[in-house]
Design a protein around this ligand. Structure first.
Ligand code: CTP
Ligand SMILES: C[C@](O)(CO)[C@H](O)COP(=O)(O)O
Length: 222
C-alpha cells in the first residue's frame, strides 16, 4: 500500500495580511510549511509527499530549503486558482491502490501519531476526517435575528483529511462548486458517508496574525 500526503500551500494568505504568503512565515525558527512537512515524514508510516505551491514561489521555496538545510524528499507541484484546484493538481501524482491525506500547509502543529491513526482509519473505512466538538455556545444569525443552536450537533473540521485513493480521485473528477470548502465536502457530494474521527484542539490553522501567537505558545509546550 502506498501512502500519500498532499500538502496544499498554494494560497496567498490574504487574511493574514503579511508581505509573503503565511506558509512561509517563521514559527520557532523555520517556515510554517516545514513544520507541516516534517510531521508527515516520520517512521514507521512514511508517505510520499506532494507539495502544492504557486509557481511564482517555487524558487523562493528552493532557496528556503537551502537556507534551512531542509532535505525532506517531496515532489513540488503547481498550485491552482482555489484550494480545490490545488488538491486536484496534487492528485495527478497519486496512483491506486493508495491512501491519501490532504493537509493544509498552515496547520503546522499536527503530530505524526495523529496522522498515522487517520491513515489507518481511512484504509479500513474509506475515509477519516478529524473534527473537534464546538466548545462555545453557538447561534445562527438570519435576517438580523439570532437563535441559539444545540452545540452538541456541531463540529469544527480539521485536516489532514484521509481517503482511499480510489475515493478521492473519483471525487475530484467532479466540477468545482463554491461549497467545496474542504476535501470531505467534495467526497460527500458524490454520495459517500463522511466518517468523523477525534480531532486535536492543538491542530490549529494559521489564518490570522493572532493564530501565530497561539501556535508559538503551543509549540513552546510540546
Ligand atoms: N488556491 C489555493 C488556496 C489555498 N490553498 C491552501 O489551502 C490551505 C487552507 O487555506 P487558507 O487557510 O484559506 O489559506 P489562504 O487561501 O492562503 O488564506 P486566505 O483565504 O486568507 O487568503 C492553505 O494551506 C493554503 O495555502 C491552496 O493550496 N491553493
Ligand atoms: C480545509 C479546512 O482547513 C478545514 O477546516 C478549511 O475548510 C479551510 O478553509 P479556508 O476558508 O480555506 O481557510
Amino acid at each position: 500500500m502506498t501512502y500519500y500526503a498532499i500538502i496544499v500551500a498554494g494560497g496567498t494568505g490574504s487574511r493574514m495580511g503579511a508581505q509573503i504568503p503565511k506558509q512561509f512565515l517563521e514559527l520557532n525558527g523555520i517556515p510554517i510549511l516545514m513544520h507541516s512537512i516534517k510531521a508527515f515524514y516520520q517512521w514507521p508510516l512514511v508517505p510520499k509527499i506532494i507539495l502544492v505551491m504557486h509557481p511564482d514561489f517555487h524558487d523562493h521555496w528552493k532557496k528556503l530549503c537551502d537556507e534551512h538545510k531542509f532535505t525532506t524528499p517531496h515532489t513540488l507541484v503547481p498550485g491552482g486558482k482555489t484550494r480545490f484546484h490545488s488538491v486536484k493538481n496534487g492528485l495527478e501524482h497519486v496512483q491506486s491502490p493508495g491512501v491519501v491525506a490532504v493537509h493544509d500547509a498552515v496547520r503546522p502543529l499536527v503530530n505524526h501519531q495523529f496522522i498515522t491513526n487517520l491513515f489507518q482509519n481511512a484504509q479500513l473505512n474509506g475515509n477519516a476526517i478529524p473534527a473537534v466538538k464546538c466548545r462555545d455556545s453557538i447561534r445562527k444569525v438570519e435576517n438580523n435575528t439570532s437563535i441559539a443552536l444545540n452545540r452538541e450537533h456541531y463540529y469544527l473540521v480539521q485536516t489532514p483529511q484521509c481517503f482511499t485513493s480510489e475515493m478521492i480521485l473519483k471525487a475530484y473528477e467532479q466540477d468545482f462548486k463554491e461549497e467545496f470548502t474542504d476535501d470531505a465536502s467534495v467526497v460527500e457530494n458524490m454520495g459517500v458517508k463522511i466518517l468523523l474521527t477525534d480531532g486535536d484542539y492543538k491542530n490549529i490553522k494559521i489564518t490570522y496574525p493572532e493564530d501565530l501567537l497561539f501556535a508559538e505558545a503551543i509549540i513552546g509546550r510540546l
